[in-house]
Design a protein around this ligand. Structure first.
Ligand SMILES: [Zn+2]
Length: 123
């Protein structure tokens, strides 16, 4: 089947909603951007805390430790207040007939903190 006749709901030209980012790539991404305080000091990204599949991403200086900005990697669902990404993954795993154990395996394969069973059942 050629891509043009695909029945997939996603089109190659469509913008992805999420990106799967290897944390080692932040260094390359930010290598020529430096902190104002110390001219030569590179910025770094720290991903702190795992809230299901959402992570708090902080842009900070390696030297003076100033935090320039932070954001969660996913918005929250308006109704359940769960992070949208966690909700979508739980829904997908349930749709394919798998539960928390399968999601744990998936998480470990790509090196993401596994969502605990309590969060899984809440999403
Ligand atoms: Zn600095």
């Amino acid at each position: 089947m050629s891509p043009s006749t695909s029945t997939s709901p996603f089109c190659a030209s469509e913008k992805s909603t999420y990106v799967l980012m290897n944390n080692d790539m932040w260094f390359s991404f930010l290598y020529n951007i430096n902190c104002d305080e110390y001219d030569m000091c590179p910025l770094d990204v720290e991903c702190n805390g795992a809230y299901g599949f959402s992570t708090k991403i902080e842009l900070k200086c390696k030297s003076c430790k100033q935090i320039f900005n932070s954001v969660f990697s996913s918005p929250r669902d308006d109704n359940s207040k769960c992070f949208e990404v966690s909700k979508k993954l739980v829904e997908a795993f349930l749709k394919i007939g798998k539960g928390h154990a399968a999601l744990e395996l998936f998480s470990s394969a790509i090196g993401i903190h596994a969502m605990n069973k309590k969060t899984f059942s809440k999403c």
